[in-house]
Every structure is written in structure tokens, then in C-alpha cells.
Design a protein around this ligand. Structure first.
Ligand SMILES: NC(=O)c1ccc[n+]([C@@H]2O[C@H](COP(=O)([O-])OP(=O)(O)OC[C@H]3O[C@@H](n4cnc5c(N)ncnc54)[C@H](O)[C@@H]3O)[C@@H](O)[C@H]2O)c1
Length: 399
């Protein structure tokens, strides 16, 4: 194989752009591709269209050095990296349409000896599907190397984790595995672990399903503890003193575009054999519904007692503490539901300025004005607030 010099990265979002910028700073020539012309223009000015610490510095130096150029169309390269979204359709059916479209878009540019890497989190069999699509388009796939290398970075620490995390590489052939793993070894300090494509796909889905299942255990405990009049935070603290027990913390559900999504990729394919993983998803979704009922009952009790409508402060909208990311956020869906069902809601999210359809209130004003304060996300601003009439679903004051 010739020396790798040029890389085409398809999809310049939270994963693709940091990867492109990192590789450009390592001396590769990067042709970044995104369908979003606005993102392309911003990147070509050396600026960023997403929020991620340190990314601005990496992109600026990559663009200034001439090693990162963005475009809406792919170009010839030694390596193609696909980092496009993999959401689900209604009914939790995996949607790999973006992956298929990205694959087809590189067909005119692929040459013998190229490497094609799928980095998107994907249902088992998707990398084989990429190979199949290329083959159907007349590409001789015996001459190219196709592999999956799932991404497992934590937003907020992407630039660090891109380099330091261990990576799993699984090719559709042994040669593809080996050659792709060697490519990652050039810039990854963590171990690069070799397997086949299907195992690599399942490994990523397994990691997120593991987290989901463990959170479901904590969420179920929180519902049971409420029923048994036990403080769940104290219970977990005590149980975790067992040397081999490590229960996670409950919350108002599970959010984000990974843990709340990826287990469905296993359930869809696994059917009735994916009992525990499906149940975990259902338990975590149920926790959100249960939370809504608790808040509504509390507001009703207040009204019956005082004869006036309760003002409810919903503290936090993001899917986890101290970020501005609202994707699949249980806190956001709870707040919207309460508003839609006619409750008098004061919405609070210190990490964002505005949200369509919600009137955001400063957290200090909200706790002063509210009759009931509902803690949905454990943002640092809320720690230590001393509130009498409260419901704490995230342990920010009761833990
Ligand atoms: N963001 C994370 O923290 C994270 C972590 C691990 C894995 N992942 C996975 O990585 C993949 C990408 O996620 P993301 O967060 O970067 O998504 P994103 O939405 O931030 O970015 C994807 C980009 O791809 C572009 N795009 C879509 N179709 C395209 C096409 N055919 N050609 C060119 N560009 C196209 C979109 O315009 C968008 O800018 C997903 O599978 C996700 O599950 C994400």
C-alpha cells in the first residue's frame, strides 16, 4: 500500500470535523465534505459551527496551513472516512439512509487500494452493506479495504479522547482490518484492537446498551424507593459500600443521541431475544412518564390544598448536567409536556439563551417565584439550593 497522504471525511459534525481537524494537524491533506453549505463556508473561514472545547484552535490551524478544505462534494483520496448521522425512523427502526447516501457519493472517486472507513455508530451488518453498495455500483471491492471503526468520544473532551481512547477496528476482510488498524495507529495513542466488522459494530452498540441497562436498574430502584418511602440516594450510597456493587445514579430518564438510541439497533435485529436490552430502554422511557405523573400529582395536591394554580419551576432542560445539548433530553420532553397539558411552568436552563415555545427564566427568579421546584438536571448552579417544596429527580439537592 502506498503512503497515505490524502483523506476525505464525509460528514463534518461532532465526529467528522474534530477527526478532520486532528488529521490535518497531523500532516494529512483533508478534503472535508458536508451537505450543509453553511457549515462548509464556516469551516473554510477557519471557524466552527458546533460547540466543542479546543476544536476552534485545531480547525483554525488546519485551515490556515491549507491542509483542511471543506466542500459539498467528495474528491479522490487514499482514505474515505464516513461520519454521518445514524438516527432511527418512527418505531425505533434504524435509519442508515445517510450512510448509504454517503457511500454512493464517493463512488466516482474510489480507486483501487483505497480504504473506506465507516465511523458512524451502525447496526450490525452495515459495513457489509457499504461493501455491497460499492460492489453494486461496479467497484471491484477486492481491490479496496472496507472497515468499521466506531467512535466512542465524550462530547466536551473530543479532541483529547480522539487520540487517547482505545479504538476497535473491524474490516470486511482480514487485510482491511490490518491496514485500517495501522492507519489509526499513526495518530491514536490508545490501543487499536483488531476484530471483524460485525463484532466492531456490535461492540459499540454493546457499550451504550450496557450503560442504558445499568441506568435502568437505578431508575427502577428510584421508582420502587418512592413507593417504599425510602431515600434512593441514601440507599444507593449504602449498597455501593459493598466491594462488588456499583449502582449508577437515577435521573428523569435517559437522553442524548447515543445511549437513548443505539440499544434500539440491537433490539431491532435481536427481536424477542433482546429482552433485557429492550426492557432497559422501556424502563428508562417509563421513568420519564412516571416523572411527569409525579409532577402533575404534586401540582394537583397544591391546588386542592391552597385553591390556587401551582407555579412549577422545571430546573434544567439538557440531557445531562452542565451542557447545552438538548438531543433526546427527558428534561426537555417533560417540561414541554407539562406546558402542553396546561401547567403553569417556569422553564430554567442556565446553559442556553432561548428555546422556541418555552419562556426561559433565570434559575434564581424561578425558585423564588415557584410553588413547586422540580429538579430535572443536576446542573452545578442548582447544587446547594435550599428549597422546601421540591421534587428532586436527579439528586442535585437530595443526594
Ligand atoms: N457526537 C458524538 O458524541 C458521537 C459519539 C460517538 C459516535 N457518534 C456517532 O457518529 C456519527 C456522526 O455523529 P455526529 O454527532 O458527528 O453527527 P452530526 O449530526 O453532528 O454530523 C453529521 C454531519 O453529516 C452531514 N451529512 C449527512 N449526510 C451527509 C452526506 N451524505 N454527505 C456529507 N455530509 C452528510 C450532516 O450535514 C452533518 O453535518 C453518528 O453515527 C453518531 O451516532 C457520535
Amino acid at each position: 500500500m502506498n503512503k497515505i497522504t490524502k483523506i476525505c471525511v464525509i460528514g463534518l459534525g461532532y465526529i467528522g470535523l474534530p477527526t478532520a481537524a486532528l488529521l490535518a494537524n497531523r500532516g494529512y491533506d483533508i478534503h472535508g465534505v458536508d451537505l450543509d453549505q453553511r457549515a462548509v463556508d464556516i469551516i473554510n473561514r477557519g471557524e466552527i459551527h458546533i460547540v466543542e472545547p479546543e476544536l476552534d484552535t485545531f480547525v483554525k490551524s488546519a485551515v490556515n496551513s491549507g491542509r483542511l478544505k471543506a466542500d459539498t462534494k467528495p474528491a479522490e483520496a487514499d482514505v474515505f472516512i464516513i461520519a454521518v448521522p445514524t438516527p432511527f425512523h418512527d418505531g425505533f427502526i434504524p435509519n442508515i439512509d445517510y450512510v448509504c447516501a454517503a457511500t454512493l457519493s464517493i463512488v466516482p472517486y474510489i480507486r483501487s487500494g483505497n480504504i473506506v472507513i465507516l465511523e458512524s455508530t451502525s447496526p450490525v451488518g452495515t459495513t457489509d452493506k457499504v461493501a455491497e453498495l460499492l460492489s453494486e455500483q461496479g467497484i471491484d471491492i477486492c481491490g479496496i479495504y472496507i472497515a468499521h471503526c466506531p467512535e466512542r468520544v465524550l462530547p466536551g473532551k473530543i479532541m483529547k479522547e480522539l487520540v487517547e481512547n482505545d479504538r476497535i477496528v473491524g474490516g470486511t476482510t482480514d487485510a482491511a482490518t490490518k491496514i485500517t488498524a495501522d492507519f489509526y495507529r499513526d495518530f491514536v495513542q490508545g490501543d487499536v484492537l483488531e476484530t471483524d466488522a460485525r463484532t466492531a459494530e456490535m461492540a459499540k452498540l454493546t457499550e451504550n446498551s450496557y450503560r442504558d441497562t445499568n441506568i435502568a436498574f437505578a431508575n427502577e430502584l428510584s421508582i420502587l424507593c418512592d413507593k417504599f418511602a425510602i431515600n434512593v440516594w441514601e440507599l444507593i450510597r449504602l449498597a455501593n459500600r459493598h466491594p462488588r456493587v456499583n449502582i449508577l445514579q437515577p435521573g428523569a430518564g435517559v437522553g442524548g443521541h447515543c445511549i437513548a438510541v443505539d440499544p434500539w439497533f440491537i433490539v431491532h435485529k435481536g427481536g424477542k431475544d433482546a429482552k433485557l436490552i429492550r426492557t432497559a430502554r422501556e424502563v428508562n422511557n417509563h421513568k420519564t412518564e412516571w416523572t411527569i405523573e409525579k409532577i402533575k400529582n404534586s401540582a394537583l395536591a397544591f391546588e386542592n390544598e391552597t385553591g390556587k394554580k401551582a407555579k412549577v419551576a422545571c430546573m434544567g432542560l439538557a440531557f445531562k448536567p452542565d451542557i447545552d445539548d438538548l438531543r433526546e433530553s427527558p428534561a426537555l420532553s417533560i417540561t414541554k409536556r407539562l406546558v402542553n397539558e396546561g401547567l403553569d411552568v417556569l422553564a430554567v436552563e442556565p446553559n442556553i439563551k432561548s428555546y422556541d415555545g418555552l419562556n426561559l427564566v433565570n434559575y434564581k427568579d424561578a425558585v423564588t417565584e415557584a410553588d413547586i421546584v422540580v429538579f430535572l438536571v443536576a446542573h452545578k448552579e442548582f447544587k446547594g439550593l435550599n428549597i422546601v417544596n421540591k421534587l428532586d429527580f436527579c439528586g442535585v439537592v437530595d443526594r
